[in-house]
Each structure stands twice: as C-alpha cells, then as structure tokens.
Design a protein around this ligand. Structure first.
Ligand SMILES: C[S@@+](CC[C@H](N)C(=O)[O-])C[C@H]1O[C@@H](n2cnc3c(N)ncnc32)[C@H](O)[C@@H]1O
Length: 341
C-alpha cells in the first residue's frame, strides 16, 4: 500500500530542515541577505553581482520565497521577511555548523567503521563561524575571567585563533598588549590576516600558520596571556592526553607567570536530562556528534579539571556563559595559573 500523504509529509520534516539550513548558509555566504534587506529583483541581483548563474539564482530565489525567507511582490521585488532576518541573528552558527561541518554530517555514515579516516570539514568556515559565535558567548566569558586579574597584559598568544577576533578584541581592551595568533589551517590564517588588517589594532597583531605544539617548539615568544578557546579538545583528538599535557607543561615552562584562559564545551551528550534543554536539542546535540568524526575529543568538566590539577595548574577563576544567551551550562571558561609550589 502506498504511503499516506500525511505520513509522508511528517516523515519529510527533517529533510526540510536539512535543505533550509543549507540555503540559509548559501544566502549568507554570498551576502544575498543584504541585497534582500535593501530590496532587489532577480534581474538586479544577477546584474549587480557579476558571475551569478541566472537559472540557479532564480531557483534559489523561488526556494527562499516558498520557504518564506524572502517575500516577492507582484512587481518581482524581493525582500527579506522577518523570519529571514531572524535567521541572520544566528549567522555564525550556520557558518560553522553548515559551512564548516555540513559536509561532515553528510559523510558521517561513511566514517563510522573502526579505523576509518576522519570525515572532512571546511576549516575556514569552522574557524570563522566559531569566532563569530565567540563574539556572543566566549569572548564575553574571557573578558569576565580577565576582569578578575587586574593585570596589564603585554603579550597575548591565541592558540587556534580561527579568524582572529579574540586578537583584535583583547588588544582593544589592553592598549599596551601585542598579540600573535597561531592557526594551522591555511584558509583560516588568510581569513584572520584579512580581518586583522581592517582593525584599528592591526599594528599590534600578527598571525602565524602553525599548530599549537609546533609553535611552542619554535620557542618564539614569552606571552603573559594565552587563550585556548575550543582548541584544547582539538589537541586532545590529534595528540592524545600526552599531547595536551605537553602543551600545558611547555606553555608554563616558557612563561611561568602566564595567565592561561581555556574555554571548552563540557561533554554532556549522554546526560539525557541536560540534552532536553531546547538549545541542546537545536545545537549542542549536533555539536557533540561531529567531534569524534573529525579528530576532536570532548571531555567532561570534571575530567579537564583533574587534568589541570595533575599538570600542576590551579583554577584562579571559572565561569559559564551568560545564561541570557546560553543557559545550558555546557560552555565553561577557566583562568589557569601555575600552582605555587
Ligand atoms: C572551533 S575553532 C575555534 C576558533 C576560536 N579559537 C574560537 O574560539 O572561536 C578551532 C580552531 O583550532 C584550530 N586548530 C586545530 N588544531 C589545532 C592545533 N593543533 N593547534 C592550534 N590550533 C588548532 C582549527 O583550525 C580551528 O581554527
């Protein structure tokens, strides 16, 4: 017996979300939402943005209109709807989770087997999307932790700097500080350099292409402030616990008076009560899922805190994100120092 239309429609609800989120990212990526915000027509869009294929752009416009992301008046004028504008508020989440990890989710089934290689991801969008999200959650958290120290920092190293926003934001807060961003992904380095060049603090910031351990081995700098935001779980996935211990130990050997800020996500994916939170359902559930497929290893808050203690570090301060923005309690920030012996 053929499937009932009502059942089929219900069953295809997740599929609708898959394509819709991909099209929201496509619209943002090409800045088309800005054209729709101003108001445009298909012809103006194709003419003003040289290089767009007319038939494909028309298909995207039809799709977005049917999905009520844009509205089309009888004269063919296209404008962003309140719903379309709303999605723009979560732009960096789409950038990271679709631009960066969309390909990962699609390929995930091919990478479940023991010994299979990591699933692909797009480093540039992981770095830039993550930094965009950080403007909302992690950078305020880092500022809150640093406000407890009262120190006048002179040299920051941001290990895994992505598109570089911590460098420029923190240099704004600390006028005498210079900063270096370390980032292994070539496209993210390019994005970070482009971003830094547009900022008033550009003359105090530089970006280098390297992994965290590789940079440390070069012995280049002696920072008094270091940031590892959503990067320590990358090192744990790539180099194992031994690599993380080496990173922490060498950081403090090179700069014993260092203030180290680590921000990471507490692994709560198997806590069914925690995962019922609406933001956990709409975001963290997918966030937790893709990590083991991309050589990343998340751990619990308790696990990290035991490791820090074992590496001779003390927690000078810790905090969660502002609950007005994220009340899951899943994102944690620590300010770490070498324990006085
Ligand atoms: C999730 S992003 C975080 C970007 C930024 N720190 C933030 O908080 O938004 C993780 C970044 O770490 C970088 N990364 C991966 N492995 C690394 C390593 N071994 N050392 C330093 N950075 C690394 C990635 O390329 C990526 O840009």
């Amino acid at each position: 017996m053929p499937i009932q239309e009502r059942v089929l429609t219900d069953c295809l609800e997740p599929f609708k979300g898959f394509v819709l989120s991909s099209m929201i990212f496509a619209m943002h990526r090409h800045g088309l939402d800005e054209d729709f915000e101003r108001g445009t027509t298909l012809e103006e869009l194709v003419a003003s943005r040289g290089g767009l294929d007319r038939a494909r752009t028309a298909a995207l416009v039809d799709y977005l209109a049917a999905a009520q992301v844009i509205a089309r008046d009888p004269g063919g004028r296209l404008t962003l709807t309140p719903l379309g504008r709303r999605f723009g508020e979560a732009r960096p989440w789409y950038e990271m989770m679709i631009g960066g990890y969309g390909i990962t989710f699609l390929e995930l089934g091919e990478h479940l087997g023991q010994g299979s290689p990591p699933a692909p991801r797009v480093g540039r969008f992981v770095g830039s999307g993550s930094c965009g999200i950080s403007m909302h959650d992690s950078i305020p958290l880092v500022r809150k932790l640093l406000a407890t120290t009262g120190r006048d920092y002179r040299m920051l190293v941001d290990l895994g700097c992505g598109s570089g926003v911590y460098l420029t934001e923190l240099c704004r807060d600390h006028p005498r500080m210079r900063a270096v961003g370390i980032e292994p992904d070539a496209a993210a380095v390019e994005a970070a350099r482009e971003w830094v060049a547009t900022q008033p603090t550009a003359d105090r910031v530089r970006v280098e292409q390297a992994g965290a351990l590789e940079w440390l081995a070069s012995g280049a700098e002696r920072p008094d402030l270091a940031v590892l935001a959503f990067v320590i779980h990358e090192v744990l996935g790539q180099e194992g616990e031994e690599g993380v211990r080496r990173l922490l130990t060498e950081l403090f050997e090179a700069a014993p008076d260092l203030d180290l800020v680590i921000v990471d996500i507490d692994l709560q994916s198997s806590d069914e009560a925690a995962m019922k939170h609406p933001l956990a359902q709409n975001y963290y559930n997918a966030y937790y899922l893709m990590h083991p497929f991309t050589r990343q290893r998340l751990e619990t808050r308790a696990w990290w805190e035991a490791l820090f203690a074992d590496c001779g570090l003390e927690i000078a301060a810790s905090s969660l994100t502002d609950p007005a923005m994220d009340s899951t309690g899943m994102e944690v920030g620590w300010l770490l120092r070498r324990r006085a012996s």
